[in-house]
Design a protein around this ligand. Structure first.
Ligand code: GLV
Ligand code: MN
Ligand code: MN
Length: 431
């Protein structure tokens, strides 16, 4: 991806205000608590709308209740805590998500929720005066890994996904999103009542790990995001003929796996075409039936994730992939059906919110980088109804959606300070 470089004033970090109360050991302890809430296996596995995700939300809720905040979980599974304001009705907010991909890390999303927990604690301990209600949010089911669609809790809060849609998403075991939600005590039938009203809000700022290497490579602690990539997700089913691997000569085969393999390589080649520079195409899940060493694959299903900061290129690439996949299949006598299972456009974040984040970094003497986000974020959905901002902290080696995902606590602290200063500025601002 291209990156527009822009840096604030370099200098030694200063934190004379309440930002000085941001505490590394508390942040580390919260991260460790969440890291323990995982299925067995490498890294952290806490899937969307699973009992473990609900337990993580309960940890967040308990922390906020212990601080004296009012806290509740809505029908979509989003947990919201509020520190009341003193006059201004429109709230400011911060938060992120607590679910992970299979064998993911303990930082994607979690750092933003832990930052919200720490900002709340600093505000309560310091008694810093403020005008607006401050809301701290753990969004539900941000990861698209289980159901295909990402940012589910934030989409429901923004009114972009409604109750009627929830039976249309299924996981690999055939469980619908609606059933998964009901299974953990949520009310998929009532999620439309959990929509946020734009008029109740002034601005929302999410802090997240970068999931790339720009900040690390430049030795910076803070990123201010200007645009968030969109994603189009395709489910592709190739149906050939399952029969004997020894008895069937090569010229009589209709091998669904060979078609899928050609499609995977073709997708990679199309995305590497310099004319499409910036698009990313990934096949991250593929199942082969009957899955026997001695049977020609009769059925292959795979999923394609197309990401871009350019909505036209994103959709056009998805369309070209579907067309080219069909041609590959036809040449081998295999049937192929491509379906779009999720489609989220890129979002350009408003300059005026980013300006507050940049001024906050400058005020704390922390140089920052303006950069795009390759990953999706809850703020992308919330940004449809509330002016939104996104801050990044560095990711070690740029790794994410991996057990090796890591950000040292000392590199989270500056981000939390900038987040707190940004929220304080937004608390005072009328725009
Ligand atoms: C969310 O983490 C995404 O897949 O971008
Ligand atoms: Mn995330
Ligand atoms: Mn993620």
């Amino acid at each position: 991806m291209t990156t527009e470089a822009e840096s604030g004033t370099p200098g030694a970090p200063r934190a004379a205000g309440p930002e000085g109360g941001v505490d590394a050991s508390r942040i580390a302890a919260h991260l460790a608590t969440f890291a323990d809430l995982t299925e067995p296996g490498p890294g952290c596995t806490r899937l969307a709308f699973s009992p473990l995700e609900r337990r993580a939300h309960a940890v967040f809720a308990r922390h906020m209740a212990d601080l004296g905040l009012s806290v509740g979980t809505d029908h979509a599974g989003n947990t919201v805590a509020e520190l009341p304001g003193t006059g201004e009705p429109r709230a400011i907010g911060t938060g992120s998500h607590l679910d992970t991909v299979p064998s993911g890390g303990g930082f994607d999303g979690i750092v933003g929720v832990v930052s919200a927990m720490e900002v709340a604690e600093v505000m309560v301990r310091s008694g810093t005066p403020h005008r607006r209600p401050w809301r701290f949010v753990a969004f539900a089911a941000e990861e698209g890994a289980r159901f295909g669609q990402a940012c589910n809790g934030s989409r429901m809060a923004a009114g972009l996904t409604s109750s009627a849609d929830l039976s249309g998403f299924t996981d690999r075991d055939g469980v619908t999103m609606a059933d998964a939600m009901a299974g953990v005590g949520l009310r998929p039938d009532l999620v439309d009542r959990s929509r946020w009203r734009a008029e109740d809000w002034f601005a929302f700022v999410e802090l997240h790990i970068e999931q790339g290497e720009v900040l690390r490579s430049r030795g910076l602690d803070v990123g201010v995001v200007d645009v968030i990539s969109g994603s189009t997700r395709l489910r592709v089913r190739a149906t050939g003929r399952a029969t004997h691997s020894g008895g069937t000569p090569m010229h009589l085969r209709r091998d669904a796996m060979v078609v899928a393999a050609e499609c995977v390589v073709l997708g990679d080649r199309i995305a590497r075409d310099p004319a499409r520079r910036g698009v990313r195409v990934t096949v991250g899940r593929l199942t082969v039936e009957p899955g026997s060493i001695t049977t020609i694959p009769g059925e292959v299903e795979f999923f394609v994730d197309v990401r871009d900061v350019d909505p036209v290129r994103q959709r056009e690439t998805a369309r070209v992939l579907a067309q080219e996949f069909a041609a590959v299949a036809m040449a081998r006598g295999v049937e192929l059906v491509t379906e779009t299972i999720a489609d989220t456009p890129p979002v350009t974040l408003p300059d005026w919110v980013a300006d507050h984040a940049r001024a906050a970094s400058d005020g704390l003497g922390l140089p920052y980088q303006v950069l795009p986000s390759g990953a999706s974020h809850d703020i992308q959905q919330i940004g449809h109804i509330i002016p939104a901002g996104l801050l990044f902290v560095p990711s070690e080696a740029g790794l994410s959606h991996s057990p090796d995902e890591f950000t040292p606590t000392e590199q989270i602290v500056p981000g939390v300070r900038v987040l707190l200063r940004t929220l304080l500025r937004l608390d005072e601002a009328d725009r």
